[in-house]
Design a protein around this ligand. Sequence first.
Ligand SMILES: Cc1ncc(COP(=O)(O)O)c(C=O)c1O
Length: 388
Amino acid sequence: MMYDRAFFDQGIERRNTACEKWDDRNVMGEDGIPLWVADMDFRCAEPIVDALKKRAEHACYGYPICGDEDREAFIHFTKRRHGISLQSEDIAFLPCVVTGMKVFIRAFSKPGDRIAILTPVYGPFTSSIECNQRIAERIALTIGTDGRYQIDFDALEEAFRQGVRHLMLCSPHNPVSRVWTKEELERLLALCRQYGVFLSVDEIHAEFVYEPQSFTSILSLAKPEDAVVCFMSASKTFNIAGLQQAMMISYRHDLLKAMQQELIAGGGVWGNTFALAGTRAAYELCDDWLDGLMAYLQSNLEVMKREIARQLPLARIIPVEATYLAWLDLREYHLSCAEIAQRCMRTGVALTGGTFFGPEGEGFMRLNFGCPERQLIRGIERLAAALQ
Ligand SMILES: Cc1ncc(COP(=O)(O)O)c(C=O)c1O
């Protein structure tokens, strides 16, 4: 199979497949174009489909084990793609990354504790904190003169000084699309060490980084004694979020154990027969699909910039360093996210409202460009019609 432009151009029909992005009628009508939920409208790599079919054909679906080969597949992938050397004992399995965030919160903090997040940030960071009766300490990112978001290190240190002992970082950052540099991560780590802060780092978007940026994993900087937990998953990378599997990684095996105990106490399980088969195939056999995808996304990024400049002259795209999610500053249109969403519903396109990521997102919308080019162009036309 050639994972070339033609492969990604063909997309895949997803309507009426119980698919959140296409089939949620509260968000858009039947003929709507979804540029919202963070999955992609492309066919999966052939080895994943084959592995799932093969597993399905073995007509017995009893309890599986997460075996050495599942860990090995992940270890080899992180070594190959990021040069990180992990040991089997550094890794534990989870149903998904958001479960991991909740387990991190529950294992290392207590109700009423304040947990720092850098906002605007992926909504479940806040909801995971609040549904566990902790308090989200929102440290707002600032926008620099170059239009890129920056960490307010002074505000963060002040929060630590005031007793905050947990930080949940998104790296690369959804929705503002920053790839945190080695220097920024080193500075964060140093602060966490100084104040005894537990750090969780969500690296689910690690593969979607555009040149000239390069990704630095927290795992390449953390020391064995650091209270650092990292979450990774094949779900975004290979478009298999519906399979539900993720990994938590830490050099502190006592932390991993505490999180596993918390997961078990809450009734959580890991090891879904199909997730294991699909994820192993993804990590072992699908680098060519991923490389083809990145070339396609890079091209879509240019198309999006061109079309937005042409059709939405008042919009500003926050520089896209990573992810397939663009953060659009629409504040010059003087409409709330709710108003923009209503107008988009009428013109037949769906984006994610900026306020899903926190109050700092008012007037912004997040656009998912992980789709065939023609769909992206049509969606932008409809967004422009909505804002007229
Ligand atoms: C930053 C980030 N973390 C986690 C998730 C969800 O991951 P999972 O489905 O593994 O819970 C998403 C999905 O959009 C995301 O953008």
